[in-house]
Write a new protein. Structure first.
Length: 135
């Protein structure tokens, strides 16, 4: 885990915040688990956690060494790594019920490359109205 310039007193707090995301990233990318097997250190920035519009689900954006990591959490479960990206994801990448629910309301690009939003996996999954493609 790497931490950039910060107050010494915030190191422990930030490391504690980053730990679940480090664990999820390493679970999905075990080749980075040991410095002896990888010359690339794992950098995990401070997470920006957001509640999904589907109750109980969360998603997070976390700065990684080479882009932004997208993470998600199902109700009552640990964080999981979804993707590393440097741009807006295609809506088709959110292709499971869990991903649709966790990232519901998140901006994505439709098949024509136009701005849209991830929709929940079923109309009953969301207490809020479904967000639709912008004109």
């Amino acid at each position: 885990v790497g931490i950039g310039c910060a107050e010494v007193s915030s190191y422990q707090e930030n490391a504690k915040l980053a730990q679940p995301f480090y664990d999820a990233y390493i679970a999905a990318n075990p080749q980075f688990a040991s410095a002896s097997t990888s010359d690339t250190p794992v950098y995990i920035g401070k997470p920006a956690i957001k509640d999904s519009i589907v109750t109980g689900y969360k998603n997070a954006k976390v700065q990684l060494a080479a882009g932004t990591g997208l993470f998600y959490q199902e109700p009552g479960k640990d964080w999981k790594f979804f993707a590393a990206t440097q741009s807006t994801q295609a809506c088709t990448n959110f292709n499971t019920d869990t991903l649709m629910n966790a990232f519901s309301g998140t901006e994505c690009l439709d098949a024509d490359g136009k701005k849209s939003f991830v929709k929940p996996s079923s109309p009953t999954a969301s207490p809020s109205p479904t967000v639709s493609t912008t004109p």
